[in-house]
Design a protein around this ligand. Structure first.
Ligand SMILES: *[C@@H]1O[C@H](CO)[C@@H](O)[C@H](O)[C@H]1NC(C)=O
Ligand SMILES: *[C@@H]1O[C@H](CO)[C@@H](O)[C@H](O)[C@H]1NC(C)=O
Ligand SMILES: *[C@@H]1O[C@H](CO)[C@@H](O)[C@H](O)[C@H]1NC(C)=O
Length: 318
């Protein structure tokens, strides 16, 4: 746990607005209440575990459903946790078993018919590999029709567990929960809400700062053109917490790419009502490991940055 408090003043970059990218996925805008209740149902399912057809709600019943765990496609329901000794099998079993959630947060994206869930919790005993806290991030993409409602079309999950990259052994789970709980992710009044283009621009700008230039591949946009640091601002990257005061920049201590490879394959879920932008991507600084970011952007400026990732790919080859 590092708390970095060093004054550093850097000029603000100018945020250039850019038009929304045109992208293939054109679906009817989803009804908020439908998305909300489907997403609550996904969250409840994480608590009971994804291993049994009897506990998987009907929204998971499509045979075409695509599910990925730390970048690996897996069938649902997940195999049980009997394979805990097997490193790829144990990964899947973390979510097969019940998860005791300490703190959770979820947002919905009506334009993309999608949701983002972030939960910090403790897996059931049989699924614990290192006995500690896990951070679960999920982007959930729905099929939606007014008559049927929402069903899960695709769910991409990244789980950072103790021992994995950015979650060193010995991380104090209670401290992590306390940090997440202490942040204000409350709804913003309409007058101060930013539009999707601004939110994605700020998020993309941050990702571009990490190196490798623009990783935007047109899949959901996010060709960041600049980042504006809010004051105060806080970054939580696994167990590294950076908080600075009102007069300082949050840019210090950023891990800039050394190999020229940045954050690629960015997939965005945005909720303007809370200024939330989540980005599922691959982190070229760490061998292309699947990673999730969530940003809180208020009045065009970054207030919170969360990043967590699966183990670096190089470490999962065993
Ligand atoms: C580990 O689990 C994966 C996925 O279930 C399986 O494909 C692989 O063969 C298993 N490896 C061993 C050594 O059991
Ligand atoms: C989602 O809808 C599309 C178009 O109707 C369909 O082809 C696809 O199978 C559906 N996917 C799921 C997972 O239900
Ligand atoms: C991203 O933005 C930069 C700067 O505005 C621009 O030069 C570049 O062409 C854009 N790239 C894409 C893929 O839109």
């Amino acid at each position: 746990m590092h708390r970095l408090i060093t004054p550093l003043t850097l000029p603000l970059l100018i945020l250039l607005l850019h038009p929304l990218p045109t992208h293939a996925q054109q679906q009817q805008r989803c009804q908020w209440a439908t998305l909300r209740s489907a997403t609550d149902s996904v969250l409840e399912t994480l608590q009971t575990g994804l291993r049994s057809t009897t506990t998987l709600p009907a929204i998971f019943s499509s045979p075409d459903l695509a599910y990925t765990y730390n970048g690996t496609p897996l069938p649902l329901p997940l195999a049980g946790s009997g394979s805990a000794a097997n490193s790829s099998g144990s990964g899947s079993s973390v979510l097969a078993a019940p998860l005791a959630i300490s703190v959770a947060h979820s947002v919905v994206d009506q334009d993309r018919c999608a949701a983002f869930i972030k939960a910090v919790g403790y897996p059931a005993e049989e699924a614990q590999t290192a006995g500690g806290v896990v951070v679960v991030g999920a982007q959930v993409w729905y099929n939606y029709t007014a008559s049927v409602g929402a069903t899960v079309r695709r769910m991409d999950v990244v789980v950072a567990a103790e021992g994995g990259w950015n979650m060193p052994v010995g991380l104090d789970g209670e401290v992590l929960v306390g940090l997440v709980e202490g942040e204000d992710w409350g709804a913003l009044s309409r007058a101060v809400q930013d539009g999707r283009a601004v939110l994605e621009g700020v998020a993309g700008g941050y990702l571009d700062l990490l190196g490798g230039g623009s990783g935007g591949d047109g899949d959901g946009g996010g060709n960041g053109t600049g980042v504006v640091w809010g004051r105060p601002c806080a970054r939580l990257e696994g167990s590294v917490y950076t908080a600075v005061g009102e007069t300082e920049s949050c840019e210090m201590g950023l891990e800039i790419s050394e190999n020229g490879e940045g954050i690629t394959e960015r997939q965005f879920v945005v909720d303007e009502s809370v200024g939330s932008v989540s980005v599922l991507a691959r982190d070229g600084r760490h061998g292309g490991s699947p990673t999730l970011f969530e940003f809180r952007v208020v009045k065009g400026a970054l207030r919170y940055v969360h990043q967590f990732a699966a183990k670096a790919l190089a470490e999962t080859d065993d």
